[in-house]
Ligand binder design. Structure first.
Ligand code: HEC
Length: 243
C-alpha cells in the first residue's frame, strides 16, 4: 500500500517536471517574441507629425478654395527648409537641387542643365507636369512619390504648411492659375464609407484613398462641422489618387 503511494509521488513529480520543461520555452517565447520592424535602420529628419494623425487618409486639398486664403509669408518661411538645396529667385543657380523659379505648373525636370536622377526621369514619363496635386504629393513624401529620387528630404506631412508653401511656389514665377473650387474635395464630401463617426472638430478624413470612390454621403447630417458643408453634395469619384 505505502509502496504504491510512494510510486505515485515519484510519478507525479516526474510529470510536473515534464510539464515545466515543456511549458517554459513556450512562455518565454510568448514573453520575448519580437516583431521585426517594418523598416530597418534609422530615420533622419523625421517628417512632422500632424496632430490628428490623419495623414494619407485626407482628401487632396481643394486648391480653388485653399489657395486664395493661403499664407504666403508662412509659405516663404516654410521654404527655409528647402534653401539648403534650392534657390528660387529668377536666374538663381542650381545647387544640390535645381533652381525652382517657375517650377510649379512647369515641366518635371524643368532645368535643362541640372543632373536629375533616373528616378525623376521615370516619373516625368508618367506625370510630365508639376500640377498642384503632383507637387503636393511630392512634397508630402518625396521618396514615396518618386521612389529613388535624389532629393533627400523626408517630406512635409502638415497639410496647411504644404498649402502655404505651394502658394509661395506659385508666387515665384509660376503661371499656373487657381482652379475653380471642387465640391468633391470639400469637407464632408467623403464621409467614411463604414459610417464611423467623424473625428472631432475638423472635417472627417476619408478612411483611405480608395474609400473616396463614389460612396454616398450618409453621415453628413450627423457631422458637427456644418459650416462649409453645402447641402452634402454626393461624393463624386475623385481623381485617381496618386500614380
Ligand atoms: C537635401 C537637399 C534638398 C532639400 C532639402 C530639398 N530638395 Fe528639392 N530637390 C533636391 C534634389 C537633389 C532634386 C532633384 C531630384 C531628382 O533628380 O531625383 C530636387 C528636386 C525638386 C523638385 C523637382 C524640380 C524639377 O525640376 O522637376 C522640386 C519641385 C523640389 N525639389 C522642391 C523642393 C521643396 C519645395 C523643398 C522644401 C520643402 C525641397 N525641394 C527640399 C534636393 C533637395
Amino acid at each position: 500500500m505505502s509502496g504504491n503511494l510512494e510510486w505515485n509521488k515519484i510519478f507525479g513529480a516526474g510529470l510536473a517536471t515534464a510539464l515545466v520543461i515543456i511549458a517554459v520555452p513556450q512562455i518565454a517565447g510568448a514573453i520575448y517574441h519580437q516583431e521585426a520592424p517594418e523598416k530597418m535602420g534609422y530615420f533622419v529628419d523625421a517628417p512632422e507629425e500632424v496632430a490628428g494623425g490623419a495623414e494619407e487618409a485626407e482628401l487632396p486639398p481643394d486648391w480653388g478654395t485653399v489657395l486664395p486664403t493661403a499664407d504666403l509669408a508662412a509659405g516663404e518661411a516654410a521654404f527655409a527648409r528647402c534653401q539648403a538645396c534650392h534657390t528660387i529667385a529668377s536666374g538663381g543657380a542650381d545647387g544640390i537641387g535645381p533652381n525652382l523659379w517657375g517650377v510649379l505648373g512647369g515641366p518635371v525636370m524643368h532645368r535643362a542643365g541640372f543632373a536629375y536622377s533616373d528616378a525623376m526621369a521615370a516619373h516625368k514619363a508618367e506625370a510630365p507636369t508639376w500640377g498642384y496635386d503632383e507637387m503636393d504629393q511630392f512634397l508630402t513624401a518625396p521618396a514615396r512619390y518618386v521612389p529613388g529620387t535624389k532629393m533627400s528630404f523626408a517630406g512635409l506631412r502638415d497639410t496647411p504648411t504644404r498649402i502655404n508653401l505651394i502658394a509661395y511656389l506659385r508666387s515665384q514665377g509660376s503661371s499656373l492659375g487657381i482652379p475653380a473650387p471642387d465640391p468633391s474635395r470639400q469637407p464632408g464630401a467623403a464621409v467614411p464609407a463604414d459610417g464611423a463617426a467623424p473625428a472631432e472638430g475638423e472635417a472627417s478624413p476619408a478612411t483611405g484613398a480608395d474609400a473616396a470612390t463614389g460612396a454616398p454621403v450618409t453621415g453628413a447630417a450627423a457631422q458637427p462641422t456644418t459650416e462649409a458643408t453645402p447641402a452634402a453634395p454626393p461624393a463624386a469619384t475623385s481623381e485617381p489618387p496618386g500614380n
